[in-house]
Design a protein around this ligand. Structure first.
Ligand code: IMP
Ligand code: MG
Length: 210
C-alpha cells in the first residue's frame, strides 16, 4: 500500500493541528450564534453564563452533526473530540465517485446507511464532508436538509479543490484548499481502498490508471 503513494500532500501532524484550530473556531461560532438567538428571542439569560454551563435556563445549547459517509468518518472522529458541546450525530450516506472512478458521476443518497430524522426543526445543524469537488454532494445535501427546516445549517469540509465549481460553492468551514488533484487517505478512498492512510496523499498514475 505504501508503495502506491506518489506524494504526501498534507502530513498527519499538519492535519491534526488544523483540525484542532478549526474546531475551536466552529465551537466559538456555534456558541455565539446560540447566544444571539436567545437574545433575539428574549429567552434565556443574555450575559453568556448559561452557554458556559450549558444546561440551565431555557434549554441547553446543542447541535446536530451530520457526517457525510463514508469519506468524512476520520475527520469527524478527530474534529468532534475538540468540540465540547452537546451533540447528536445523524448519518447521511451519499455516493458520487463509484468504484474506480476519479471524477464525479452526480450525487445520490444511499438510504440504507442514512438515519436522518423526519424533521430538524429548531436544530442547529453542522454538515461535515471530506472534500468539496464539483459541489454536487453539498448541493444535494443542503437541498435535502433545508426541507427539514433546521434553525441553522452550516457546512464544513476537510478539503476543497482549487477548481472553479468548488471555489464557487457555498461552504462555511474549510480545513485545507488543495490543488485540483485526486487524493486519498485520512478517510478518502480510491475504489474504497486507502482510507486508512494517516496522511493525505496522491497515488502513482499506474495505480489509478491501471
Ligand atoms: P462533489 O460532489 O463532486 O463535490 O464530490 C464530493 C465527493 O466526491 C466527496 O465526498 C468524495 O467522496 C468524492 N471525491 C471528490 N474528490 C475526491 C478525491 O480527490 N479523492 C477521493 N474522493 C473524492
Ligand atoms: Mg464522499
Amino acid at each position: 500500500m505504501q508503495s502506491d503513494i506518489d506524494q504526501v500532500l498534507i502530513p498527519r501532524e499538519q492535519i491534526a493541528e488544523r483540525v484542532a484550530e478549526l474546531a475551536a473556531r466552529i465551537s466559538r461560532d456555534l456558541v455565539q450564534a446560540d447566544h444571539a438567538d436567545r437574545v433575539a428571542r428574549g429567552t434565556g439569560d443574555t450575559d453568556g453564563r448559561n452557554e458556559a454551563s450549558g444546561d440551565e435556563g431555557s434549554g441547553r445549547f446543542e447541535v446536530t452533526l451530520i457526517p457525510i459517509l463514508t469519506g468524512s468518518f476520520i475527520f469527524v472522529a478527530d474534529l468532534i473530540r475538540h468540540l465540547p458541546i452537546y451533540m447528536q450525530i445523524r448519518l447521511l450516506s451519499v455516493s458520487s465517485y463509484p468504484g474506480r472512478s476519479t471524477s464525479t458521476r452526480g450525487a445520490s443518497v444511499n438510504a440504507a446507511l442514512t438515519n436522518l430524522p423526519d424533521s430538524l426543526e429548531g436544530q442547529h445543524v453542522l454538515v461535515i464532508d471530506d472534500i468539496l469537488d464539483s459541489g454536487n454532494t453539498l448541493k444535494l445535501v443542503n437541498d435535502l436538509l433545508k426541507q427539514k427546516r433546521p434553525a441553522s445549517l452550516r457546512t464544513c469540509v476537510l478539503l476543497r479543490k482549487q477548481r472553479p465549481e468548488a471555489m464557487a460553492a457555498h461552504v462555511d468551514y474549510v480545513a485545507f484548499d488543495i490543488p485540483d488533484r485526486f487524493v486519498v487517505g485520512y478517510g478518502l478512498d480510491f475504489d474504497d481502498y486507502y482510507r486508512n492512510l494517516p496522511d493525505i496523499v496522491t497515488l502513482r498514475a499506474e495505480v489509478v490508471d491501471g
